[in-house]
Design a binder for this molecule. Structure first.
Ligand code: ADP
Length: 411
């Protein structure tokens, strides 16, 4: 009798024992019986031809029909299953065949099972990898959906908040005018009305920031390119920041660096907004009496602007985080609605907006700081890289200024 005949003799008992001992639960037993029949058939083919790859097809089917919980297991279910099948086969050989025949059949089956074991580990790993990739893709889609709905929510909420706020502002102004006209305004009532007005202004700023964030996140920030001279923007910035700088007894130096008086196409409103955020952070995170310097240099095709302060600095691990939406650091108890108070953290949108604006111009922004230290104050330097545009970009409104580029190039 050759090995194929020996294998055929153990067929009925192998099917019965495999079904009874390896399939748990009656439903599964019915289900597995045809699988074991097929496995045995292919095992016979492998023995007959000497080619173990006959088993590959059924092993692949087993690997692709693993359940979700089996795929989530870190151990290999199928390698264990195949090992049990091998042990059972050897037991049956020893119990039902004379010793010599059992040994010769085991000798033939061993390399076939070794090949099968290698294959099944590979198929199972492939199934697990594809399952995990699918899971990851789903998680990514969910996160993208959540991020989009968060931005949509911010946009809708911001617009809904703006309307009643404008009404409050309008009514407060009418009330003040009426009281002043009727000469019934007292210092106390004027103080209250001033409070309402500055509160609504601050709310307006926050709502506008929220709208800007949702526009940046949805790639909807559209720039209106016009001729811009950086030194003029710095002048406006200086005038705006002067009261805060004086109140905090800080020193603001704006250097007349090469390139700052040359014209470039940019969105002046948006650039000013980005620079304003950087300067107001420099004021907030620098102690009283500290120094702030705006400097820069001209590089081929780019202009670099630096906002340097002698403030508390930023830890290296936080230097990327601060540009994220709501990427404010530190103690939330120090949250302050004041724009100038030392360490008075805001909602954490300023740098995210500045980054969005600079990137929309085709530039980049990053920070350098030796670390965070409130006693030594190592300071921070924010770098802004802006492309120099001597021609209006592909924006129809910018063409209106085309003649300017030929006549004026520096100011
Ligand atoms: P916030 O409204 O909190 O100021 P920003 O987006 O402007 O939000 O800044 C995010 C965080 O980055 C701040 O909470 C602060 O911790 C840190 N940060 C920003 N600018 C500076 C700076 N010049 N020096 C030290 N820390 C800074």
């Amino acid at each position: 009798m050759d090995e194929l005949d020996l294998l055929k003799t153990i067929h009925p008992i192998w099917i019965t024992r495999a079904t009874q001992s390896l399939a748990h639960g009656s439903g599964l037993r019915d289900n597995l019986r045809p699988q074991f029949e097929r496995f045995f058939e292919l095992l016979e083919q492998a023995v007959e031809t000497g080619d173990p790859s006959w088993l590959d097809s059924i092993l692949q089917i087993w690997a692709t029909s693993l359940t979700e919980s089996e795929l989530e297991n870190s151990w290999s279910n199928l390698t264990v299953f195949l090992r049990d099948l091998l042990t059972l086969t050897f037991e049956i050989c020893r119990e039902t065949l004379p010793e010599g025949q059992a040994l010769s059949l085991i000798g033939v089956l061993l390399p076939i099972f070794a090949h099968a074991s290698q294959r099944i580990a590979q198929y199972e790993m492939e199934s697990k990898i594809s399952y995990i990739s699918n899971q990851l893709a789903q998680v990514r889609q969910t996160l993208e959906r959540l991020d989009r709905s968060k931005s949509d929510f911010i946009a809708v909420a911001a617009h809904e908040l703006k309307t009643p706020l404008t009404l409050i502002e309008g009514y407060a102004a009418i009330l003040r005018e009426t009281m002043e006209a009727q000469k019934i305004a007292t210092p106390a009532s004027i103080e209250l009305l001033t409070g309402i007005s500055s509160g609504t202004h601050r709310l307006h700023d926050i709502i506008n920031d929220m709208i800007d964030v949702s526009m940046i996140d949805n790639d909807l920030l559209s720039l209106s390119f016009q001729p811009v001279w950086l030194n003029r923007l710095f002048k406006i910035l200086e005038n705006e920041a002067r009261p805060a700088i004086n109140e905090r007894r800080q020193k603001l130096e704006i250097r007349n660096f090469p390139g700052c008086n040359e014209m470039t196409f940019a969105d002046p409103e948006r650039l000013l907004q980005a620079f304003r955020n950087l300067l107001s952070n420099a004021v907030k995170y620098t102690p009283d009496g500290g120094n702030i310097r705006i400097d820069g240099r001209k590089l081929p095709g780019f202009i670099e602007i630096t906002f340097q302060d002698s403030g508390i600095g930023i830890a290296p691990e936080d230097q990327a985080l601060i540009f994220e939406k709501f990427g404010r650091l530190g103690n939330t108890a120090l949250h302050s609605s004041s724009k100038i108070k030392f360490k008075g953290g805001g909602p954490g949108l300023g740098l995210h907006i500045a980054k969005g604006i600079i990137e929309a111009h085709g530039g980049t922004i990053w920070v350098e700081s030796a670390g965070y230290d409130e006693s030594q104050c190592p300071g921070s330097t924010f770098h802004v890289f802006l492309p120099i545009r001597t021609d209006p970009p592909n924006d129809p409104s910018a063409r209106l200024f085309a003649p300017l580029t030929q006549t004026t190039h520096s100011s």
